[in-house]
Design a protein around this ligand. Structure first.
Ligand SMILES: Cc1cc2nc3c(=O)[nH]c(=O)nc-3n(C[C@H](O)[C@H](O)[C@H](O)COP(=O)(O)O)c2cc1C
Length: 345
């Protein structure tokens, strides 16, 4: 996880100048009838992008948010935890729910359930490199089986009235990749938009995202393309937009512990460096939402990684982060967090 998360950006401490007037990411974009007010998408993040994280992303200016990946088999079996993951709040729209699976009928059924639960669009995970997922034929494995991938998309498009989108990678390995060809096939199968993370599955999260492959997809299809990978700043986002001609950018790791990054990228303003008081207030609000979304114990556990993300680079007394991360309840952790503001040294 540590290596995976190494690409996260941190905000600069620079003063905030007025945002440029004609900032290209500030314009709306549409996926079929779904209109996002700007071109910054919160990327799907497994184990993270539940409704608490998504509403926070929207509150901080993301134009479109996407759920963590949800198992289509879990939906079929009515698994309680999986069904909770489908929940969508009114305040987070527009929101996409991402599904993973390799069986067209089961994916179609899960897409209907997501639509019934209130999703504005449903996304298919064709990028997950985790062996446990790939072994079932799902995630990135679908890029090696384009006929099956097409069948999945077609079945879902036939099953729902909302747009069906695809999140893909460059391919399985750099040597075997033809993302433009794969993207054309997904578009022909009915995908209303594509999100491209241009690393191959075999590369996982190593190296840098080479958005020339995203540009090749943009040239190959007529539907909107969202570029995902290493977008951490307003200038970086604009460069990707200009270099690829994509409709929008997605932000994943850079938003972990820094929800403020969404508004900076969406408006072109310099990244903000919130005060410790602001960070603590934000963490507390998020933690309480998370408690409602996943329950007290999982929230207490899940918050441990967030404390580290939010406090990274901050001058806090030794031992305080460890104390937060080992607090047995959320209430105790949040009290310790308050102490940090009351007596920071
Ligand atoms: C912890 C973690 C979880 C992720 N979970 C998902 C997921 O559930 N579905 C998906 O399509 N991509 C997932 N991704 C990939 C991201 O959506 C994104 O494409 C990738 O991290 C590159 O973008 P970034 O540099 O902005 O993080 C995940 C990435 C990370 C680091």
């Amino acid at each position: 996880m540590k290596a995976v998360l190494a690409g996260r950006g941190r905000p600069d401490a620079a003063p905030v100048p007025a945002p440029p007037r004609d900032w290209p990411l500030a314009r709306p974009f549409a996926i079929g009838p779904v209109v996002a007010p700007n071109r910054v998408v919160q990327a799907p993040l497994a184990g993270i992008a539940n409704w608490a994280f998504r509403t926070q992303s929207r509150r901080h200016g993301a134009g479109l948010v996407v759920s963590e990946m949800v198992a289509s088999h879990g939906v079929r079996h009515g698994n309680e935890r999986t069904m909770r993951m489908l929940a969508v709040l009114e305040g987070e729209r527009p929101v996409g729910v991402q599904l993973f699976g390799a069986d067209p009928a089961i994916m179609a059924e899960a897409a209907r359930a997501a639509e019934d639960a209130g999703a504005d669009l449903v996304d298919v995970n064709m990028g997950c490199p985790v062996p446990k997922v790939r072994r079932t034929g799902a995630g990135a494995e679908l890029m090696g089986e384009p006929e099956r991938a097409e069948a999945v998309v077609r079945a879902m498009v036939d099953a729902v009235g909302i747009p069906v989108t695809v999140k893909m990678r460059r391919g399985l390995t750099p040597a075997t990749s033809d993302p433009a060809e794969f993207a054309r096939r997904m578009e022909a199968a009915g995908a209303a938009a594509l999100c491209v993370h241009p690393r191959a599955a075999a590369e996982e999260y190593s190296g840098v995202a080479d958005h020339r492959h995203t540009a090749a997809v943009v040239r190959a299809v007529g539907v909107p393309v969202i570029a995902s990978g290493d977008v951490t700043s307003p200038e970086g986002a604009r460069a990707v937009l200009e270099e690829t001609g994509c409709a929008a950018v997605a932000v994943g790791r850079a938003a972990l512990g820094d929800p403020w990054v969404f508004r900076a990228i969406a408006t072109g303003a310099a990244p903000v460096s919130p005060s410790l008081e602001e960070v603590v207030a934000e963490v507390a609000r998020f933690a309480r939402d998370l408690e409602q979304a996943v329950g007290p114990r999982p929230a207490c556990h899940s918050m441990r990684k967030f404390y580290a993300w939010y406090l990274a680079g901050r001058d806090i007394p030794p031992g305080r982060l460890e104390a937060l991360q080992t607090a047995p309840t959320l209430d105790q952790a949040l009290a310790l967090l308050d102490d940090l503001v009351a007596a920071p040294a």
